[in-house]
Write a protein that binds this ligand. Sequence first.
Ligand code: 5GP
Length: 235
Amino acid sequence: MTEDKLLYTGKAKNVYQAENDDEVLIVYKDQATALNGKKKEHLPGKGTLDCQISALVFDYLIKNGIKTHLVKNISDHEQLVKKTTVFPLEVVLRNITSGSLVRKFQIEEGQHLAEPIIEFYYKSDALDDPFINESQIHALGVADKTELEYIKQMTVKVNDLLVPFFAQSDFDLVDFKLEFGKINNEIILVDEFSPDNCRIWDKTSHHSMDKDVFRKHEADLVETYRQVLQRLTTR
Ligand code: 5GP
């Protein structure tokens, strides 16, 4: 892949223009970041694990009727995807209390919520992804009411599919972050689904099997992700 085709370089991925104008190639990097990029490490093997886990999850979602940007898995660290206009929104769904929710409200971690919580964050590294509510989303033109309703419905559907998907491998799906894009007037799921953007806990030990092991220095990230991939593929 030549550098002149590089469209965007992110914290965990590079995005290149593909041969077809309406497609791009995502190349996963061997890099882990936390605290909005303030903590950064080169971790050989991470990119292929993220890509393979995300490919498994996206393939499962597609088989179950979720429209996504994925066109084709090209290699163990590259995916061909549709080019979309991405909403500058991070959509977080929580099933179990953890992370920023626990810090913000000083509540106990690990409580199963009666109903999932959906939260929105405005995607901006410069602003540290601030919390944004629904009326702000509409008023600032980030998404209109119909678009946001559809995004919420899709997020709940993804959760309904992924809770049993991870449970089959003895994981609790604690929370996750999704992103959405628009193409030809259709809203589809974009980005990735890997332990970088979700929390999964072992059902028995309740140990984290996601990026929290890196954020909290609890365990080796690459080894943890390798175990996640193995448990998702051998069941
Ligand atoms: P929290 O708000 O508790 O920090 O995060 C909730 C969930 O969303 C976690 O699964 C976390 O990994 C994911 N998440 C939140 N913000 C980001 C982000 O900027 N990038 C990624 N990759 N995931 C995020």
